[in-house]
Each structure stands twice: as C-alpha cells, then as structure tokens.
Design a protein around this ligand. Sequence first.
Ligand code: GCB
Length: 583
Amino acid sequence: MIDLSGLWQFQMDPQGEGEAQGWFRALPAPRVIPVPCSWNDLFDDARTYLGLAWYRTEVWVPAGWRGRRVYLRIGSATYAAKVWVNGTLVMEHLGGSLPFAAEITERLAWDRPNIIAIAVENEPRPDRVPPGPAPGGGGVLGVAGGFPGTTYDFFPYTGLHRQVWLCAVPDVHIDDITAVTTIEDTDGIVSVTVAAAGDYAGEGQARLGGIEVDLAFRSGAAEATLRVPAARFWSPQDPHLYPLTVTLTDNQRVTDTYTLDIGIRTVAVRGDQLLLNGQPIKLTGFGKHEDFALSGRGLNLPMWIRDYELLRWIGANSYRTSHYPYPEEVMQLADRLGVLVINEIPAVGLNFAVPEPLTQQRLAQALTELRELIARDKNHPSTLMWSVANEPVARPPNGNEPQSQPQKQEAIEAGTQFFRRLYEEAYRLDGTRPVTLVGVGGGPREWHEPFDVVCINRYYGWYALGGQLDRAAQVLARDLDELHQVYGKPIIITEFGADTLPGVHADPPEMWSEEYQVEFLRRYLDVAAQRPFMAGMHVWAFADFKTTQGVGRAGGMNLKGVFTRDRRPKMAAHFLRSRWVGA
Ligand code: GCB
C-alpha cells in the first residue's frame, strides 16, 4: 500500500467549470493543501465554503506492482466525491465518513507519474444524510439563521478527511473476512467466513494462535470454525486480541495472506440488562466528535492518542461515534485499548415532516451508509452496538415552523417505517450486536420500539428547567421509570450536559459555571445509579467543539465539553474521575 497523504494541489470551483475545462488533468491556479484535513480552517475564503473543490496529486507506481491489481482507496471524502485517474473518471461516492475504492489497473501509466484528481463537494442538500436544511432553515436550538445553515449542531467541515491509498493485490486475493465469536464455558469459538476474488475454488488456511484449519473454497467462498481452549475473553479490563491469519495457497505456495486482530467476546441483551461475555455491563463515557483546531474533521492521530489517554484517566469504558463513523485507526485503537464503542451512521438531523419521495431518498442513502459501516467495522470487538440515527424528529426542520406545532401522525408513521427498515438491515447484516436509535427528549417514543437498547438524550436542567437542578433530577427520574415500564429494555443516556465556560465560577452554581456543570452531571449520575436498568451514562460532550454560529453558541463553539477543545480538564473532568475511578 502507498499512503498518498501529504501536500496536494487544491482549487475551489464555485462556478462548477472544472470538469468541462479538464481540471482533472491540471488545475489552472492551484494552492497547496494537506491531505487529510478539512479545508475550512486553512484559508479565509474557505471557512464557510461548502461547494465544489478539486484536489490533485501525482504518483509513480512501483515497477514491482506490474502484473498485480491496483486499487485506489479513499478513506473519507465529505460529502460527495468524483475521482479521476489520468483523465478518466473511475468512481463516485456519496456520504462523508466511510471508505470507497475502485480498481484502476487499466488506467495506470508505468513510465510517468499518474495524475489523481478528486472533486469534493458538501452542499447542504435535503436529499442527503445528514440532510441539509430547507431554504431559510438551519441553525441550532431551533433558532433560524445559524451559519452555515445545518440540521445539526456541529461545524460542516469539508474535504478529504482521511488518507488516500494505492493498494496492490494479487489477481487471486482475499476480498473479505468475517469473524464471529461465541463462548462455550471457557472456550472461545471463532467462525470465520472468507470471500476470495472471482470464483476462487482453491485452498487456503485459517490460523489463530497454534490452531490451524483448512479452507476449501467454492465459488470464492469458504468457512471454518476454530475452537480456542481456555480463551482470554476480550473486555475493557483485558482487551486481549488474537491474530487471525487467513492464507490462500496453491500447492503449498502462498498466493495471498491477511492478518486480522480479533477479540473473542459476546454482546447480548437479556431483559433490561446489557451483557458483555454474559455479565451485565454499565457504560461510562461520552459522546464525542472528530474536531480539532485547524485540522477540523481531518484525521488527527495525536488528538486521538491524547483522547484515549484522557478516557483512561477519567475512567470511561466507552464512547459513541456521534454523529458519524470515526476513522479505522481509531476503531483499531479501541480494540487494543479496550474501549467499547456505540458505532453510529451519519443519520443526524432527520425529520419526517417532508414529502415521501425525500424520505425514500434519505432511506436509500442511510441504508448505504449502514451497509458500508458494517462492512468496515463488523470485526471490531470494540464495536458494541450499531446506532442508526441521532435525534430524528417528526416535526419540520429547525427554523421553518414553531417547534410547538403538534407532531403529525403521518410523519411519525413515516419514521416508524424508516427505522424498522434500518433495524432489519442492521440485524440481517450482523445478527451478533444490538442495534439502537438515539432519541430526543419529546420525540416519538414508538421509534424506539424495534430496537434492542433504548438510547436517549436528555437536557433537563439546561434547555428546559435551566438553573433548577433538583426539579430537573425529579423529571429525569420520572422519565426513566416510564421508559423502563414501557420497554423493559436496557436504557442508556447517550447525552446529558451543560455548556460551561472554563474559569467561570458560581456558588451557589449558576448556568455556564464550572460548578453548575459538576452539579448537573452529579444529579444525572445519582438518578441513574438508583436504577439497575440503566446500562450506561454518556456525558455530552467529551470536549468542546466547533459548531455553526448562532446566539446559543458563544464563539461558534458548543461548550458542553468536560475538556476544553485543547483537552484541558474543566472541574467536571475531575468530578467524573472521582465517580468513575474513585480517585
Ligand atoms: C443534542 C444533539 C447534539 C448537540 C447537543 C447540544 O441533543 O444530539 O448533537 O450538540 O444536543 O449540545 O445541544
């Protein structure tokens, strides 16, 4: 593999003239941009530019790759991408947080550099997931006119957010591996399914520790089961990984091989309990964002290493990938470090008071994102469950009509169909993990119906009952008990928190002070601790993050972080540590 990260050429194309003028060969007036990175915080004229822009680079392909099949793989392009190799369009993709690839063997030159050009665009269109706002809509807190207009509360960072790779594989190669683990007494059972390119009908092996089994391929597929006696089961306390090596062989000559680190563990829901390896588990942690100064949503490995360090420091065993899939490296780190992940597709900002064809378009895109996510992350022991949406609503998007307007029955019904379909698809593709939907306070309750775990976001004491934390705790307690009575399923509060200006103090606590954030979180943790059906508490948010400008967002920031954007602890971080680590 060749990682094409580095400095590329870049040019914005507000008139959409690049394709007709052949910018996929040469850019008329390029500047230099790093890949991966968001473009917004780099150039003054690009801060709120979400339209079309071009990336271009050149690469020599090693002579040793001749005779192999070469693929171009893009880790993430937000939101729409068109890709050219040496002037030929090779692929297009929609959806900003997942990888896509195409074979480009026939397009390559071996005697000169190859030109790779990628046109990226992130217009907030209503048929996308996440959807753009209706004209004049957008903004946070139901206040119209947030800028740039979005249907969600984070900055619409744009660009090539993850690496671009060239990959070479043999003609006959391993295309995919699925490893599913179960537990029998002290043994681990690993079921391995391998897909090989084409109609491969040869042989291969699967090896795990000292155990090896033969794979007999028919029409490109083979299956095997390995039993690991006295296995070490993967958990946050002992995130043990076993290397699983799959090999294709031709008369004992290895033709392709791939090693995947797997964890042997089970996840299940029994009654109102969430079980890891058969034992009830309580999640402690956060909703997060991929967000940092200058790099925006671009892959930022130093940030992630620091974040995992802080998660360990504070005693968090989990987080949610709010509100889109995170990078592959980050999922691998979660496996290694023993962090449980609620893995979410980018279905944020959905509302169902829209014409039926629009809902259908969004459903098709959400299903694509779900399939791509499960294909990418199905083998990670850290992925505990799939989340198919964050805070869908049955009313019109922010800013178009008063929020107090009653929810329309048809909109609720449209959402019910939509989420049932997503649940079924997740379950069809991966029957081994719970599936959830993250609901908003006051949202339609019936949407939780098909899901295995009830995840809810609650802001009593902030958006409602501001300054009245004791009353907020009472209302929360009643809300949780009702939900438990209705569903009898595990409940996780996937968001609760208060905007907090670091350095602002008040005693008695007042909104926006560090003391208020501590007391807010204390009330919620206490209410949950008295309820055995509560399977987890995720504070919103891990760190302060950039969002769209608006009257509720000082400095264009959501300040509910327990850490500041540069990862300094607020008082609440020390409080959570005292609760979660006992330190
Ligand atoms: C929510 C959203 C999250 C926001 C948060 C807030 O319910 O899911 O994206 O950032 O509230 O701070 O308002």
